[in-house]
Design a protein around this ligand. Structure first.
Ligand SMILES: *[C@@H]1O[C@H](CO)[C@@H](O)[C@H](O)[C@H]1NC(C)=O
Ligand SMILES: *[C@@H]1O[C@H](CO)[C@@H](O)[C@H](O)[C@H]1NC(C)=O
Length: 604
């Protein structure tokens, strides 16, 4: 299947170096124009949303053109200036989606060769007891020499290294035997080397199973999963050259009992496929609820309904008049109390879920305020017992806060405090959801938000999400360091879930004493002691990456963020991270204007 336009990618090379969970990925694509006329060569790389592009170089017939990283507003100026002077310039920005796409194109003379090299970095997050490196391979054609190499270097022995079946990157599919990459994996205690070089023939076969057009070659994700042996208590602090990173993932703990409040949008826009996917997801989530947990199911459309699970009856909550002080209105209503989970309650909850229907508008604030009220009731009821129940709000909506008021997120945040404070996990469903509002709401309320794509696998996405938050092990986790330690990234975490990992990084003097992590578990307060390890590899970029991420995240949850943005910009420029506040600019050198080739255009 040679490409029709004669632009042949004769080699593609993807190299990834992971060290202490921090991955540096380099994608190289080599293109030759075999056509007799000038052709537009397009270089596209799909990268995870969490990654930062850090470098891009373009080499045309042996001449290389580097890129620079600039503040976003300055980058725009240079780009426009360059255009006016008829000097061609490329401007690449990241957009916000689950994955970002890096796109550059240029006109390539006949017989010319272009080599594109993109570098991006990311921190691998531990989810479900493993780290996952996802490499997108999408050359758009069968490539004669296609080579993927992953090197992992950790400071602890590797528990396992796996390469699951290739993924389409779109819908979650069941493991397909045919898509097994049969990669070469060599594990050597603390390091590993993985190689995947499918021949042209294998690329055709895999493209067939991935259901992509065979002529377009392999278009999917090559995934490497691994985990490390760890300290069961306060984690490991790695030290090097004045930087430290603290990995914390204790596992010898009992899960906290919890009170889960599902707040489900059943407004009319959920009608049809969305509501049936929501029901499917709830059916399987309910299978995963632990016995002795407590649950509440609230739905909201134009009204708020709290389900009495035991009798399977919906109870309408009187219209909440005063948004600023809803609890006094709510205390006058007969509201069903939360249900203690046992087999019977689960099966009743399932019939409740089957009964819900989509209609009306969406009274989001009413739904959330009622959830906070139920949490307060349950905490009061539980106050005399030794054990605290961890409250959790799972909030699913496809809409915008359209009934009532604009400042929903502020009002809800104000009501969510003290012992009753509950993390709010928001799930935006479908394209119409106000993702910005949900992100802010969750950030300010100790949770996170996720987007659920409206596709055949929506209920699988919801289940995967619930699995992540189903086992809280600790709450109020505070990392305490010496006064010698400075520029520490986020060091307070309201909740820690099984299978995850908390990471803190900072600058320190040459040595650091073992650190105690103050937290609360099932039996009350705990101090978990960490161990110290000296390293050979540098931790500086890992620190900078985490710092920039934290600053950008924090800047979204506060009103005045000028200083945060300023510091994030400084660090992004210093460490050359392309973020939402910086841009990558490719400017062709002056002498190149004399060449006819190489017109870089802005895309995307
Ligand atoms: C050159 O490009 C044109 C237009 O895409 C195509 O029809 C033609 O087959 C190409 N020639 C070669 C030699 O690839
Ligand atoms: C990193 O891992 C590779 C692959 O196993 C190994 O060859 C190399 O020696 C390791 N480097 C260090 C510094 O441990």
């Amino acid at each position: 299947y040679p490409p029709e336009d004669g632009l042949i990618i004769y080699e593609m090379d993807i190299k990834s170096h992971v060290s202490n969970r921090f991955a540096k990925n380099v994608v190289v694509s080599k293109v030759r124009n075999t056509n007799e006329s000038v052709k537009e060569a397009i270089f596209t790389v799909v990268l995870p949303e969490t990654a930062f592009v850090t470098d891009f170089v373009m080499e045309i017939d042996g001449k290389s053109y580097k890129s620079i990283i600039q503040r976003k507003d300055e980058a725009k100026n240079i780009y426009h200036e360059a255009k006016l002077r008829r000097k061609s310039a490329g401007l690449v920005e990241t957009t916000t989606r689950d994955s970002n796409e890096f796109d550059v194109s240029l006109n390539l003379e006949p017989k010319s060769v272009a080599i594109f090299t993109l570098t991006y970095e990311e921190m691998l997050q531990r989810v479900d007891d493993q780290y996952e490196l996802v490499l997108n391979i999408r050359p758009g054609q069968i490539v004669e020499k296609l080579n993927v190499e992953v090197t992992i270097n950790e400071s602890r022995p590797l528990k396992f290294v796996k390469t699951p079946p290739l993924r389409s990157g779109k819908e979650i599919s069941k493991n397909d035997e045919h898509l097994k990459p049969s990669a070469d994996i060599q594990v050597n205690s603390m390091s590993a080397f993985v190689k995947f070089s499918p021949s042209a023939k294998q690329q055709k076969t895999l493209a067939g199973y991935l259901a992509t057009k065979i002529g377009n070659g392999l278009s999917g994700q090559f995934v490497v999963q691994y985990d490390v042996e760890r300290d069961p208590q306060g984690g490991e602090v790695l030290l090097q050259d004045g930087y430290f990173v603290h990995f914390f993932a204790p596992n010898d703990l009992d899960p906290l009992p919890k009170h889960v409040v599902f707040v489900l949008d059943t407004s009319s826009s959920m009608y049809g496929r969305k509501i049936s996917q929501l029901k499917d997801a709830m059916m399987s989530i309910l299978n995963d609820i632990r016995m002795n947990d407590v649950i509440s199911i609230i739905e909201f459309n134009g009204d708020v309904i709290v389900w009495d699970i035991k009798s399977e009856k919906p109870v309408g909550v009187q219209s909440i008049g005063d948004f600023e002080d809803p609890f006094s209105t709510l205390s006058k209503c007969e509201i069903p109390s939360p249900s203690h989970v046992n087999e019977e309650i689960i099966s009743k909850a399932k019939s409740v879920v089957q009964k819900i229907e989509a209609c009306g508008s969406s009274f989001i604030i009413g739904g959330l305020e009622t959830a906070l009220y139920l949490i307060k009731l349950e905490q009061q009821r539980n106050a005399k017992k030794e054990e605290r129940r961890q409250p959790i709000i799972v909030f699913l909506t496809d809409g915008q806060p359209n009934v009532g008021i604009a400042s929903t997120e502020e009002i809800v945040t104000k009501l969510n405090f003290g012992n009753n404070k509950a993390p709010i996990f928001s799930l935006s469903f479908g394209d119409g959801a106000d993702k910005n509002f949900l992100r802010k709401l969750s950030l300010k309320n100790w949770g996170f938000s996720r987007h659920i794509y409206e596709a055949a696998d929506a209920s699988l996405q919801l289940q995967a999400f619930y699995k992540q938050i189903s086992s809280p092990l600790l709450f109020d986790v505070k990392f305490k360091y010496d006064s010698d330690v400075t520029e520490v990234t986020k060091s307070y975490f309201p909740i820690y879930f099984e299978g995850a990992e908390l990471v803190v990084s900072g600058k320190c003097k040459d040595s650091i004493f073992p650190v105690g992590v103050n937290c609360c578990g099932r039996k009350g307060p705990l101090i978990l002691k960490s161990i110290i390890e000296n390293l050979i590899r540098s931790l500086e970029r890992l620190w900078a990456y985490l710092m920039v991420k934290n600053l950008l995240e924090e800047s979204k949850s506060v009103e005045v963020n000028t200083d945060l943005i300023k510091r994030a910009t400084e660090l992004s420029l210093q460490y050359s991270f392309v973020t939402e506040i910086t841009s990558l600019v490719v400017v062709r050198p002056n002498e190149a204007t004399e060449m006819n080739s190489g017109e870089y255009v802005e895309r995307g």
